[in-house]
Write a protein that binds this ligand. Structure first.
Ligand code: 4AD
Ligand code: MG
Length: 434
């Protein structure tokens, strides 16, 4: 039987005193004349393996003294109960075999390294405890998002990545040549989800998104992941309810399954527990009022930037929803507020503690004439979007949805300052390798 550290922990009572073989990498080592402590990392866990001078032959004892960090190993030994270990056991080693030694000094040592250095070695940095914890939580968040939408009867519909049109503004489009025609990498699956919602009612997509962002902020990647639900007959309030339910579900799933990782990351777990319904819902006008009280005058019509979002999020202990932005600072597809034509029925969800906007969405303009007029005013070319207008030509109904940015959600839940650590191999303006 092939053992892992985890499988031993699960079957500990029957395995105490038994001999097992484990495979992994040397994470760290402490040595004295008579004993070597090897920290063996098997991918999921780290186990202390004790090599005593009297328990192995002399060659092996000498060899284990010289092992370099990240050497890959096969370790054989007896499972021993150990109450000081977080796992409850250690391995009393009887044999160690090298699978492959290290051909150069491992570049990442316990000393502090600069972020640029670590990012250059991202392929190795992933082996550290912190990065493992972040990747595990990211995977759990993805599971939570999928489970939530499945549970709510949504159908997964995959959106294309190559597109012929822009949806979120032309300044962040990646162009490519497509058999003599211009194509772009998708900025959102939304327009396709709108079509799919008319076929299936409740749909969502979840995939990579590309934005040629020329910003070097801690919130921007050029390639990131977004889940985008879209629902026929949803109004703005329904969209806000859905966003609230989804975020509460994600956080409670993480609190159920990832306390260990949150602890590695030193996340303030009590602060995260406050992510409960109801989230405050304020209008853009009310947001301007809050900003004014805090000495930040913002003119009506300006989109809220990182500084503004941080001030507003500091007033609340849980995510806050800001709705009814001026139509001029939002995308062409946003529905106009029937009460005030200057406003759009859009909503942004701002994470606590200055993590910024994690969700953007709202109700879509479903009236053909109003949509065509806005597209003209905003100089949106119609030729590649005739299919999108068809959605309004054949039984148009109110509908809405949102996009939740995966990396920003990971950054908030893990309490990491920069989204580049929230994705395995980040792509930014300045980084395409590794
Ligand atoms: O607010 P955005 O641009 O909204 C849309 O794309 C809508 N079409 C979504 C929809 O309604 N279906 O993006 C949605 C979210 C943001 O709130 C943010 O979390 C994330 O995507 N996001 C980014 N994350 C990392 N890097 C970037 N450059 C991002 N741009 C947006
Ligand atoms: Mg947005």
């Amino acid at each position: 039987m092939k053992y892992s550290i985890k499988s031993i922990k699960t079957n500990l009572t029957t395995l105490i005193g038994k001999t097992v073989t484990l495979q992994g990498w040397l994470y760290a080592k402490r040595s004295s004349k008579k004993i070597h402590f090897l920290q063996l990392r098997d991918g999921a866990d780290i186990l202390q393996c004790v090599v005593g001078v009297d328990d192995v032959n002399a060659d092996i004892f000498e060899m284990t003294d010289k092992l370099d960090q990240e050497t890959s190993l096969i370790v054989k030994g007896e499972v021993r109960k150990d109450d000081r270990s977080p796992l409850g056991f250690e391995l009393g080693v009887s044999n160690v075999e090298i699978i492959a030694s290290v051909t150069r000094d491992y570049p990442i040592s316990p000393k502090e390294h600069g972020v640029a250095f670590l990012m250059d070695h991202r392929h190795l940095w992933l082996r550290s405890k912190r990065q493992q914890a972040i990747l595990k939580i990211r995977a759990s968040i993805i599971t939570a998002i999928r489970t939530f939408f499945e549970k709510e009867d949504f159908t997964l519909v995959d959106a294309p990545i190559l597109t012929s049109n822009s949806c979120e503004g032309t300044s962040t489009l990646f162009n490519l040549e497509y058999f003599g025609q211009n194509a772009y990498l998708t900025q959102t699956g939304q327009l396709y989800m709108e079509a799919a919602a008319m076929a299936l009612g409740k749909v969502y997509c979840f995939g990579p998104i590309f934005r040629a962002e020329k910003s070097k902020t801690r919130r921007h990647l050029t390639e990131f992941w977004m889940a985008e639900p879209e629902v026929a007959f949803y109004k703005l309030d329904d969209v806000m309810d859905l966003a609230e339910d989804m975020l509460c579900y994600i956080v409670s799933h993480i609190l159920d399954t990832n306390i260990r990782e949150l602890t590695v990351l030193e996340r303030d777990i009590d602060a995260l527990r406050k992510t409960c319904k109801p989230f405050p819902r304020i209008s853009y006008d009310e947001a301007l009022e809050i900003l004014k009280q805090h000495g930040k005058d913002t003119v009506f019509g300006k989109d809220l930037g990182a500084d503004e979002e941080t001030i507003i999020s500091k007033q609340f202990d849980r995510p806050v929803m800001i709705h009814r932005y001026p139509a001029e600072c939002k995308a062409f597809y946003m529905a106009r507020d029937p009460q005030n034509n200057k406003l759009s029925l859009g909503v942004d969800v701002i994470a606590p503690d200055g993590y910024g906007e994690i969700i953007g969405g709202g109700e879509r303009e479903h009236r053909l004439d109003v949509l065509e007029k806005t597209m003209e005013e905003m100089s949106i070319p119609k030729d590649t979007l005739e299919w999108y207008l068809d959605i309004r030509r054949y039984g148009s109904v109110p509908h809405g949805g949102f996009g939740v940015g995966l990396e920003r959600t990971v950054a908030w839940i893990c309490d990491i300052k920069h989204v580049r650590e929230a994705i395995p191999f980040p792509r930014t303006m300045e980084r395409l390798t590794p």
